[in-house]
Design a binder for this molecule. Structure first.
Ligand code: HAM
Length: 426
């Protein structure tokens, strides 16, 4: 017998009965629908971009010093013409590419877009970290006003609140302007060079390319060194403009009643960020794994060959939101039970049952047994499904041109013609 084929570890099937909570389809749907409701209420519009792009769009997007590029976390493939394509590790670059490609710069600004879907990163998988995962993503393009940053953070918090999550920690920081970062990285190089040999291999590479990333290294040895050298945070290196911008975002959030703490040393994993950067963490799903994060990326469009387009946005990890819902034991709305369960009592009633079902769908939720049942067994099945009504169709019913309809809440039973069923269900 051939070996049964299975999925790639780090990818997941998402269905109602999954043993693992984050992969239960109703949980997944609850998160996406809640996020969509909040974002649509703000006037943001849905955009679907392809899950693959020319690799350079994605690489230039996330940046050459990001883990995604340095650690070759992007899945690539070659098309028949020999062009290298990549599966998107995140959607922001694609959305900025679409903005430029479709001339959205002449629309009223900011253009506010959202999307959701699968993302792909060849990371070592563990709880909360997968090779294929899902994000809800929001982007506001074409405004450099800190009010738009505050709105993005407030919307993100609102999504988690609407989901019913409580243990949230909003950490707001700033990665400054590019010239601030040059100064900060010089400072960090000076600080860490004497420890180069003791740093992890990844951090030795980062020491030259992007020393800020050493600060959020997952290696314990690196973390010890970071604690030992007493690093001054990025926030102390902000120039006057980036500082004023940061203070305005923080001030707006206070006025909006959004609780947050200032994280002076926030580091984001993607290169495109400038100024505002934030993460939302959850008290019970581990300090190293953010529920979601976002920030401003005013230079990204130019990196993709477009005009200057300031932008700010965020990504919410759907699986991580699910883990937080599981931790907090938030009740997810149950799928509604069937209105009607049809029980054919003989072979001849099977097609008739299906005809009745199709006549009532989609106004009512109608399910049926796909093989003849005896009435007792049929009733058992209807009760197990928690249906409101069961209808029985057999030889006697056929002759009288009726079905036997049982109200499973009150226990009453009547004979009705198929045409009258809708009236009884309503
Ligand atoms: P990010 O921080 O790389 O940002 O990802 C956002 C969220 O996606 C993370 O906080 C996490 O919840 C989830 N996530 C990331 N990688 C994985 C993984 N391997 N498995 C499970 N969940 C994961 C971005 O992607 C930016 N595009 C966000 C953004 C939008 N910034 C501006 N606009």
């Amino acid at each position: 017998m051939a070996l049964m084929l299975t999925s790639v570890p780090g990818t997941n099937d998402i269905f109602a009965q999954s043993k693992e909570y984050p992969f239960r389809e109703p949980v997944f749907r609850y998160i996406i629908q809640t996020a969509e409701r909040v974002l649509r209420s703000s006037g943001a519009q849905m955009i679907y971009t392809p899950i693959f792009e020319y690799a350079e769009v994605l690489q230039k997007g996330v940046g050459v010093t990001s883990d995604i590029v340095v650690k070759k976390e992007m899945y690539t493939l070659e098309d028949r013409g020999g062009r290298v394509l990549g599966l998107r590790p995140e959607p922001t670059a694609s959305i900025v590419r679409a903005y430029n490609q479709h001339g959205m710069k002449v629309w009223p600004q900011p253009v506010r877009l959202f999307t959701w879907g699968p993302m792909f990163r060849a990371e070592r998988h563990q709880r909360g970290r997968y090779k294929q995962f899902h994000q809800v993503d929001y982007e506001a393009l074409g405004s450099a006003d800190p009010l738009v940053d505050a709105e993005a953070i407030a919307l993100m918090v609102q999504i988690y609140r609407e989901l019913g999550l409580k243990g949230l920690e909003v950490k707001l920081g700033s990665v400054g302007d590019p010239e601030d970062r040059v100064r900060y990285n010089d400072y960090l190089r000076g600080l860490f060079r004497p420890y180069a040999q003791a740093l992890s291999e990844d951090s030795r590479v980062r020491l030259e390319s992007n020393p800020m990333r050493i600060l959020d290294s997952k290696s314990e040895a690196d973390q010890r060194i970071v604690a030992e050298v007493g690093v001054k945070p990025m926030l102390e290196f902000l120039g006057p403009e980036a500082r004023a911008f940061h203070e305005r975002v923080a001030g707006y959030l206070e006025k909006l009643g959004v609780s947050f703490s200032i994280d002076p040393s926030i580091v984001r994993g993607l290169d495109y960020y400038v100024r505002t950067a934030w993460e939302i963490h959850h008290s019970r799903i581990g300090a190293k794994s953010a529920l979601g994060g976002g920030g401003r990326y005013d230079g990204l469009s130019e990196m993709l060959g477009g005009p200057r387009v300031p932008g700010v946005g965020f990504g919410i990890g759907v699986e991580r939101a699910a883990l937080a819902l599981e931790e907090e034991r938030v009740q997810i709305p149950a799928d509604p039970a069937p209105d009607l369960y049809l029980v054919p009592l003989d072979e001849a009633a099977l097609l008739e049952a299906l005809q009745i079902a199709q006549g009532l769908r989609p106004r009512f939720r109608v399910e049926m047994a796909y093989a003849p049942k005896n009435p007792r067994k049929g009733l058992e099945e209807a009760l197990k499904k928690a249906a409101r009504f069961a209808a029985f169709l057999g030889e006697g019913e056929r002759q009288r041109g009726v079905v036997t309809l049982k109200n499973l809440h009150s226990g009453t039973q009547v004979e009705v013609s198929p045409a009258e069923l809708a009236g009884h269900l309503a």
